[in-house]
Structure formats: structure tokens, C-alpha cells
Design a protein around this ligand. Structure first.
Ligand code: GDP
Length: 194
């Protein structure tokens, strides 16, 4: 999709604040610093639209971006801050859980992991939890430009094995916001589910 029009329409903490026009939604999840803002900006052809690395301790909200007045990207705050209190983490978990498990418009989740590392415990939990709810998942391994071509297969195997990849409802691709590789794959995946 060639995107010209993106608007941040809502920062929501509870379901009463979610948009009500019924458009398809695609959520983006991943630990902070994984490259989620960079991927979002690449998808929508902007340099600095999505905020990069929101600060720990800040109010954590679901951010709804309207894309071409056709769908929403739902930016889920990055998990994995060691410094966030247990209470905050629980509130945050509940907010995501409510959204993911009840939202009818949610057509799929783009779940980001760093291609260079074995997925963290939280990455694995997130994936398995999405899988449990039978949400279509695109598992995206980011920063693929940092991996030698010859090592891509190995990286893919390590990631899939670690999360317990379920090919019944999941797809996998590499992505780089530097080379833009994977951009078309991600868009095709989204458009097939709109
Ligand atoms: P977020 O916290 O998940 O939104 O992550 P950001 O998009 O802010 O990226 C975190 C850091 O990783 C920044 O320094 C980015 O420049 C870098 N980064 C993001 N995507 C890529 C990528 O595809 N390749 C490389 N080499 N660096 C990336």
C-alpha cells in the first residue's frame, strides 16, 4: 500500500476510548528498542511519525493511527522495561490483554523480535499468548541488515524454535528499516487480512 495519509487519532487506556468506526486494526508489539517505531515509519513512508523509544515510566497507552482512512495501526507500548514497577507492568498487561482478547476489529498482530538475538522470555510469552488467543501473527525479525546473508536461515530457526512457532496461524519475515527489505511482505500480509 502506498500510504499518504496517517493520523494519530487516539491514545486509549480503556475500551471505551477505542475508535468505534469498525475499521480493521493491526497491532504492533515488541520490546522497547526492537525497532517498532522504525518499522511503523517505514510502512507509512515517514521519517519521524511514530515516536521512537517512548520513555520508561511514561503513561502507557494504546495509540491508534488511522492509515488512509481505511484501517488502524495500533501501537502497543514496548514491553521489557526492567525499571517499570510490578504494578505498572500488571496494569499494562491487563490493558493489552483486554484489547487483544476482546477486540473484534483486530485482524492480526505484528510481533517484533530482534533478528540478532534469541527471543527474550517476554518475547516468547507474548508470542505464545497471541497464539493461545488464535490471533493471526506476523513474526517479524527486525534489524536484518545486521545479519550476514549466510546466517539468516540460522537466525530464523533459532527464533522460531524459541517461540514455538505455530505455522497454522503465523507467518515469519525478516525486516530492515535501513534497506527496507521486508516492507512489501509486511504490507502484503496486512492487505490479505483487511
Ligand atoms: P522502538 O523502541 O521499538 O520503537 O525502536 P526504534 O524504532 O526506536 O529503534 C531502536 C533503535 O534501533 C534505534 O537506534 C534505531 O535506529 C535502530 N533500528 C531500528 N530498526 C533498525 C534496522 O532495521 N536496522 C538497524 N541497523 N537499526 C535499526
Amino acid at each position: 500500500m502506498d500510504v499518504h495519509n496517517v493520523e494519530m487519532v487516539m491514545s486509549a487506556v480503556s475500551p471505551s476510548q477505542y475508535p468505534e468506526d469498525g475499521r480493521p486494526e493491526f497491532a504492533l508489539v515488541g520490546r522497547s528498542n526492537v525497532g517498532k517505531s522504525s518499522l511503523t515509519n517505514t510502512l507509512i513512508n515517514r521519517k519521524n511519525f511514530a515516536r521512537t523509544s517512548s520513555q520508561p515510566g511514561k503513561t502507557q497507552t494504546l495509540n491508534f493511527y488511522s492509515v488512509e482512512d481505511e484501517m488502524y495501526f495500533v501501537d502497543v507500548p514496548g514491553y521489557g522495561y526492567a525499571k517499570v514497577s510490578k504494578k505498572k507492568r500488571e496494569e499494562f498487561g491487563q490493558m493489552i490483554e483486554t484489547y487483544i482478547s476482546t477486540r473484534k476489529q483486530l485482524r492480526g498482530v505484528i510481533s517484533l523480535v530482534d533478528a540478532r538475538h534469541k527471543p527474550s522470555e517476554e518475547d516468547v510469552m507474548m508470542y505464545q499468548w497471541l497464539d493461545y488467543y488464535n490471533i493471526p501473527i506476523l513474526l517479524v525479525a527486525t534489524k536484518a541488515d545486521k545479519i550476514a546473508r549466510g546466517k539468516l536461515n540460522q537466525s530464523e530457526s533459532i527464533i522460531k524454535k524459541a517461540v514455538g512457532f505455530d505455522s497454522a496461524n503465523s507467518d515469519f519475515c525478516f525486516f530492515s528499516s535501513i534497506t527496507k527489505s521486508g516492507k512489501d511482505t509486511v504490507w502484503n500480509w496486512i492487505e490479505e487480512r483487511m
